[in-house]
Ligand binder design. Structure first.
Ligand code: FES
Ligand SMILES: [Fe+2]
Length: 386
């Protein structure tokens, strides 16, 4: 019965209000959130492995800001506002690539910058008196990696990146994220506010009707809860092994895949306990969550494109050599979560459309929606409303 003693019920004891409905579509409010949340905190860009070599770069756009991330010759990552110091031209418009030379060259009048951002050369025939190139380097942006994942922070002062990971991220120590390779990426644009996608992620009340396939694979989701601590009656089931009470995958399943079978190359070093969890999450509001399975990891990135438009990018990371294995079935792995993401996307869009009703000024949170309450409080705190 030791397990029962460790599970503390976390359900909401009283109904609580959601965020105001207009936070999900009002353009003025959206600009406030860009400023208070997206321009003032760590946001996830990509796995470090997707820009492996010196001169690899990537452009990350958020709101009306554009950030250029580049790997310097010494292997370190640098990030800059994607803006030339001459007259403010955008430097780089392509999403990602590799510079041919060790220079970032403005396409407008060809000022050239070193990969560390310092101004290397102008193209004028004469140099005006008092012109000081040392004060005309690219505007820096904070960039850092956590476990091989690249984040940027547009704020003048940044907190340590690790503080952007919510909860007990030590659970991910067993997954060698840094050593995995990128196997698949899918990008979708949803007609919903970015917070609507998170609200949906934060609860499983919708699971049986929205995810018929997922609730077969993860039986506890079929009871409309995310885990044991959402179950008010857990103590009376504590000694039953059934995954519908204990969490984890259905008996016989190994991972999130269409047939429940794992790829032939598991994540190295995982214990049976880690594999038995079925899915292990790490969340970094507002921009990403990551899921560890027995044979792969999945990273889902959110990026607002407007008050009612959100880009969702999912990336699948595998152990080296997995995709070259003759029995590796990429579609069996990726198809399952692609379906779940599509279902969540459709639910988020449905929710978005309904929130415009003029009498609907605010919703109500039920006991299983504790994580929505936490997210609501985090948003309000970032907006300076608490
Ligand atoms: S604006 Fe970049 S060189 Fe002129
Ligand atoms: Fe869902």
């Amino acid at each position: 019965m030791a397990v029962a003693e460790q599970v503390i019920y976390r359900g909401l004891k009283k109904p609580e209000a959601t965020l105001p409905a207009h936070y999900y579509f009002d353009p003025d409010h959206h600009r406030r959130e860009l400023d208070a949340i997206w321009y003032h905190g760590w946001v996830y860009v990509c796995p470090s492995v997707s820009m492996p070599d010196p001169r690899c770069y990537r452009v990350y756009e958020i709101g009306d800001q554009s950030v250029l991330i580049v790997r310097d010759e010494d292997g370190s990552l640098r990030a800059f506002h994607n803006t030339c110091r001459h007259r403010g031209s955008q430097l780089c418009s392509a999403g990602e690539g590799r510079f041919k030379f060790k220079r970032i060259v403005c396409p407008y009048h060809n000022w050239a910058y070193k990969l560390d951002g310092s101004l290397a050369a102008t193209t004028s025939l004469a140099t005006p008196e008092g012109f000081d190139p040392s004060g005309l380097g690219l505007f820096p942006v904070h960039v850092d990696t956590w476990r091989g994942l690249v984040f940027v922070n547009l704020a003048d002062h940044s907190s340590p990146l690790e503080t952007a990971m919510r909860g007990d991220h030590a659970r991910f120590d067993a997954w060698p994220i840094e050593d995995l390779v990128l196997g698949h990426r899918s990008v979708k644009t949803l007609a919903c506010n970015w917070k609507g996608f998170w609200d949906n992620f934060n609860e499983c009340l919708h699971c049986p009707n929205v995810h018929p396939g997922l609730v077969k694979l993860v039986p506890i989701y079929g009871r409309r809860i995310s885990g044991r601590s959402d179950d008010p009656d857990y103590a009376s089931h504590a000694d039953e092994a059934d995954p519908k009470y204990q969490g984890g995958l259905r008996v016989g399943a190994e991972t999130w895949s269409t047939d429940g079978n794992a790829s032939p190359v598991p994540i190295p070093g995982l214990s049976e306990e880690h594999k038995g969890l079925g899915q292990t999450y790490v969340v970094s509001w507002p921009s990403m969550f990551m899921v560890g399975h027995a044979d792969y990891m999945r990273i889902v990135r959110m990026r607002p494109l407007g008050p009612e438009k959100t880009e969702v990018t999912a990336e699948w990371l595998f152990p080296k050599g997995a995709m070259e294995h003759p029995d590796f079935d990429l579609e069996n792995i990726t198809g399952f979560a692609e379906q779940v993401i599509a279902e969540d996307g459709a639910a988020s869009e449905l929710n978005q459309r309904g929130m415009h009703a003029r009498p609907f000024t605010q919703g109500v949170l039920m006991p299983e929606e504790t994580s929505l309450r936490d997210f609501r409080d985090w948003v309000l705190e970032r907006l300076g409303k608490t």
